[in-house]
Design a protein around this ligand. Structure first.
Ligand code: GLU
Length: 491
């Protein structure tokens, strides 16, 4: 059997978009499943729009996602000779011809067609030129483009798309399209085929926007006597208003980079993106890498466009809630030893990393991460909502201070008094701290919730979190006492 060879060929004109990332992941899964190869090709023929920064961003993004490639990156621009040579081959074999029609002539014909409310198609004026006539025009220095000779008569070019099924385009619909510009540069449509042939691509898995090119590309394969690869076009990703998601209308949330900056775990994002347009028969949503590699199939890519559920400006969710929940799931269930280095990265960047977390305090560090992660959604939460466990410059949520501190003016005295009781506890266990706290409340004839919520607010700044006595133990006797004694500062 021939080796499966797929490719991801981004045009480096911007950052890695989540739609592009999904294409890359699908190709990667397919390659892995078939023990095949994924080829990375940077389609940089548009020299004006391609940038080094974009290339780097794409490479970094793929690496972060864990999408590994087996060959490349190849650069399309380095194969310009190949593209030119193929165009010449098509000319020589009579599958293409030189067209000397001027822009003015073509514009006039296009306008006339529009005025008659008809469809414009190039009228093949130059298709009938003899070799001598064409040579003569060339000798006169007239500029020309190279056009592909589309088939004539009844009939259609078709292919079996793995997602959309049979796709056909009638010959009537296909004009003699340009494959080389008047400046001698081959068009993208041709370069893409030439590169796929050279890279021995067996399956082309790409976005639905590529579908408009496919029939013409198949004609090129046929003219070159090469069997076309298998095609699978993926549905688009739309927003709730059914508009294509784009940077212009949705901002940074369409960039892979955004998720990295917002504390996403790479595999959580991959898992979410794969489900945007693909599903299993049994609605399983959480997959390990290996499970996903085994379960993935082109046939189960949805034909319907997928919906990216994001409401711009929604204060509750900074991106599709499903993506956030997926991330939270992984964050809360992954082995804490694997989580630790990711949190370390955040802490180092934030300046709250303590080298002891790798040594003497390692056990405490892991235990604390495990304790607090239950309510967290992203890696950012550890240095933000979870900051009080690791640093003294934590923030006090204003609504928490209002509700659990300011509402009870007596806490200003009560918390420091209770802190003194804590000082006296020699065996500082959860049970002892709880007993002392409850006794304190009983003696004052107040609800235990008042000091309990007050302690939480003063020592963590947060309204909610793990069980209070676990929190007290995790933060530690000394720091808890110190923070409770400073409660007056909050008034
Ligand atoms: N460079 C094209 C793009 O970024 C790739 C199209 C294809 O996969 O053939 O859209």
């Amino acid at each position: 059997m021939t080796e499966v060879r797929v490719r991801f060929p981004p045009s480096p004109t911007g950052y890695l978009h989540i739609g592009g990332a999904r294409t890359a992941i699908y190709n990667w899964l397919f390659a892995k499943q078939h023990n095949g190869k994924l080829i990375l090709r940077i389609e940089d023929t548009d020299a004006e729009r391609s940038t080094q920064e974009s290339i780097q961003g794409i490479l970094d993004g793929l690496e972060w996602l864990g999408v590994t490639w087996d060959e490349g990156p190849y650069f399309q621009s380095e194969f310009a000779n190949d593209h030119v040579a193929t165009a010449k081959k098509l000319l020589d074999s009579g599958h293409a011809y030189k067209c000397f029609c001027t822009k003015e002539e073509l514009d006039a014909k296009r306008e006339a067609a529009a005025a008659a409310k008809g469809d414009y198609r190039y009228d093949k004026t130059c298709r009938g030129l003899s070799a001598e006539e064409a040579a003569e025009k060339e000798k006169q220095g007239l500029p020309y483009v190279v056009r592909f000779k589309a088939p004539e008569g009844d009939g259609a070019v078709g292919f079996d798309d793995k997602v959309y099924g049979r796709v056909e385009r009638s010959y009537d619909d296909i004009e003699d399209f340009v494959i080389v510009r008047s400046n001698g540069k081959p068009l993208y449509l041709l370069c893409n085929v030439v590169d796929d042939i050279r890279d021995r691509i067996t399956h082309i898995i790409r976005g639905q926007d590529g579908l408009v090119n496919t029939p013409r590309q198949i004609l090129i394969y046929e003219a070159l006597g090469v069997t076309a690869p298998v095609f699978a076009h993926m549905p688009l990703t739309l927003d709730l208003k059914k508009a294509k998601i784009s940077k212009r209308s949705h901002g940074e949330i369409v960039a892979v980079q955004f998720y990295r900056q917002h504390g996403f775990l790479p595999w959580a994002l991959c898992n979410f993106l794969v489900l945007l347009g693909w599903s299993t028969t049994d609605d399983q949503e959480i997959f390990s890498r290996e499970e996903m590699i085994n379960a993935f199939s082109l046939e189960r890519i949805n034909r319907a466009n997928s919906i990216f559920n994001y409401r711009k400006g929604d204060p509750k969710f900074f991106t599709d809630p499903k993506a956030i929940n997926m991330n939270a799931h992984y964050l809360r269930t992954m082995p804490v030893e694997e989580l630790a280095p990711l949190v370390k990265e955040e802490f180092v960047a934030d300046g709250i990393w303590d080298a002891a977390y790798d040594n003497d305090k390692k056990e405490w560090f892991l235990k604390t991460l495990d304790l607090i992660r239950d309510r967290f959604h992203t890696l950012k939460d550890f240095a933000q909502a979870g900051r009080a466990y690791f640093a003294d410059d934590y923030e006090f949520q204003p609504k928490t201070v209002k509700k659990n501190i300011l509402k009870h003016p007596d806490l200003k005295e009560w918390l420091p008094q209770l802190a003194e009781r804590f000082e006296e506890i020699s065996d500082f266990t959860k049970e002892e701290v709880e007993r002392v706290t409850r006794e304190f409340a009983t003696a004052l004839d107040i609800k235990p919730g008042i000091p309990i919520n007050g302690i939480r607010a003063s020592v963590t700044g947060q309204l909610a979190g793990p069980g209070l006595f676990d929190v007290v133990l995790a933060i530690g006797k000394e720091r808890v006492i110190e923070r409770m004694k400073k409660v007056a500062q909050l008034y």
